[in-house]
Design a protein around this ligand. Structure first.
Ligand code: HEC
Ligand code: HEC
Ligand code: HEC
Ligand code: HEC
Length: 413
């Protein structure tokens, strides 16, 4: 009955087209949000809700800690250094560690935690917040930093040390990480000349030295700064940036070029202590430029350093763009094609996953999480290596999976 089958095919095609376009509508809405909204997009997932899931119904906290509180059998998820694009990075971090995680989960009474897309969005937002929050420093190490960097020449901490400059204990205790970062920035303005003269150079901070220094100057109390929720607002940060930084730094092609671009392609550290190290390290060169260009050195107030950081971090959280062609190549290179076929149209060991839905990073992460255990047993059965992904793969893979297979736009076989 050719008529019937044609009709049936048409109806099925309509259903598929509607399904696909609803999926696409989601993507389009995502893409065309107004500009200021885009910069705070990662708040689409609410970190607090993710936190409740993490320590509550999803039981992640049984095994993982955040800032030292939680389980001990799995890595502490705070203070990692996110690679750009951040959502892509989170997705692959979750994915790459799945075999190790499942091994642990098999013994778990609660079973494998299921996560729908909304929950995944909250979870990713929370994991991102944890990744960019400061790790609590080590006070003993901090005492060495205070000596080693020469701060003790002039400053004291709880009355021990030099007497020509203010005691730093009070600064750290009252301001937490945000207040400390602000004081360091504002201090740099007036101190470049005397410090360079006294020490013969401008001390540079690297690694976790700033976290350690804070733990020391705060006498343990400021270490609690690390436990604080990340504050700061991307929107306020944008205004601070526009007013004070943009004449020299560009983001996404807008702004000056006296200093390096600070858009998402720039690999900046995103925890407050590390960010404040970078500001400190570059302060003399920045201040020199400000003098030459006749700009007043901006004095920052309140939590403006944290705000700036949220603005810069928010830009790094977007849907990564990608190329379907690169994606197809990666799909084979990373070993996905082994099970799903080179066109991702389905093969002996894995289903068709091409052009059937419009993946966003969140839905992709949720799909990978949901199907992980089955993939894992297939991987074991075939004795193959777990396909390890890189943060930049995600955009390309999604573009590829969202594209239609060559040879037609028809959605139904
Ligand atoms: C039964 C214990 C257990 C539970 C529950 C668990 N994990 Fe894990 N997770 C692990 C182990 C073990 C690793 C390290 C695996 C490896 O590196 O091979 C890991 C690794 C990770 C990593 C990568 C960490 C890194 O090294 O950067 C992330 C992210 C992660 N888990 C997130 C989660 C989330 C989100 C949940 C809750 C939905 C969760 N985990 C629940 C045991 C667990
Ligand atoms: C040559 C002496 C000298 C050295 C070396 C020095 N400072 Fe300072 N610092 C000062 C003086 C003087 C002030 C107060 C003037 C000001 O606020 O601009 C100050 C202010 C500060 C403040 C702001 C204090 C407040 O009350 O807001 C911080 C934070 C600070 N310094 C941190 C450091 C750190 C960290 C080091 C080591 C890397 C360091 N300083 C090295 C002289 C020094
Ligand atoms: C007058 C121009 C000027 C202004 C205004 C300015 N900067 Fe800079 N900035 C520079 C220059 C030049 C460098 C490179 C310094 C160096 O090479 O050490 C720099 C470096 C940096 C870096 C380090 C980048 C890297 O390569 O790691 C950061 C972060 C930064 N600036 C942030 C800011 C922020 C935030 C503001 C606003 C509060 C700001 N800058 C305002 C000129 C400026
Ligand atoms: C060892 C075989 C195997 C490998 C390798 C493999 N997969 Fe899968 N994949 C499967 C199986 C089997 C399923 C179906 C699981 C299920 O139904 O729960 C699946 C399901 C999926 C899904 C979910 C489809 C849906 O329903 O939304 C996605 C997305 C996916 N795979 C992507 C990938 C990517 C990307 C790679 C490479 C990094 C990969 N797979 C590697 C076997 C594999």
């Amino acid at each position: 009955m050719p008529d019937f089958s044609k009709r049936k095919q048409f109806i099925l095609w309509m259903v598929a087209a509607v399904a696909a376009s609803t999926g696409l509508a989601g993507v389009v809405v995502w893409e065309f949000r107004s500009t200021p909204r885009r910069t705070v997009l990662y708040l689409e997932g609410v970190p607090e809700k993710g936190k409740a899931l993490f320590f509550g119904s999803k039981h992640c906290g049984i095994c993982h800690a955040i800032q030292g509180s939680g389980g001990v059998v799995a890595p502490d998820l705070s203070g990692k250094r996110p690679r750009a694009p951040a959502v892509g990075w989170l997705t692959v971090v979750l994915w790459n560690h799945q075999p190790g995680m499942w091994q642990q989960m098999r013994g778990l009474k609660t079973g494998y935690p299921k996560m729908n897309q909304e929950e995944m969005a909250h979870m990713l937002a929370f994991l991102y917040q944890a990744a960019i929050s400061d790790r609590a420093g080590d006070a003993e190490g901090g005492a060495k930093v205070f000596e080693g960097k020469g701060c003790a020449h002039c400053h004291s901490v709880r009355s021990v040390g030099g007497k020509t400059a203010p005691d730093l204990g009070a600064v750290a205790v009252s301001g937490g990480y945000a207040g400390w970062s602000r004081a360091m920035w504002n201090h740099a303005q007036s101190m470049v000349a005397p410090v360079t003269k006294e020490l013969g150079g401008w001390p540079q901070f690297s690694g976790e030295e700033m976290n350690d220094l804070m733990a020391y100057v705060g006498g343990g109390k400021a270490a609690a700064g690390g436990q604080q929720e990340m504050h700061g607002s991307a929107e306020r940060g944008w205004h601070v940036f526009e007013k004070n930084c943009m004449q020299c730094h560009s983001v996404r092609g807008q702004g000056g070029n006296v200093g390096p671009g600070l858009g998402p392609e720039k690999d900046l550290p995103l925890s407050l202590a590390q960010f404040s190290s970078v500001l400190w390290n570059h302060a003399p060169a920045m201040l020199k430029q400000m003098k030459e260009k006749g700009f007043a050195a901006p004095a920052l107030q309140g939590e403006q350093v944290a705000d700036l950081l949220m603005f810069l971090a928010g830009m790094r959280y977007f849907e990564p763009a990608g190329s379907p062609f690169l994606g197809q190549r990666l799909f084979t290179e990373r070993g996905c094609a082994h099970c799903h076929g080179a066109e991702a149209q389905g093969a002996r060991f894995g289903p068709n996953i091409r052009g059937r839905t419009a993946y966003t990073v969140v839905s992709f992460a949720a799909a990978m999480w949901a199907h992980g255990p089955k993939m894992q047993s297939k991987v074991e059965e075939l004795a193959m290596a777990w396909p390890v992904l890189e943060a930049t793969d995600v955009g390309d893979l999604i573009s590829f999976l969202n594209s239609q297979p060559a040879g037609g736009t028809q959605l139904m076989p």
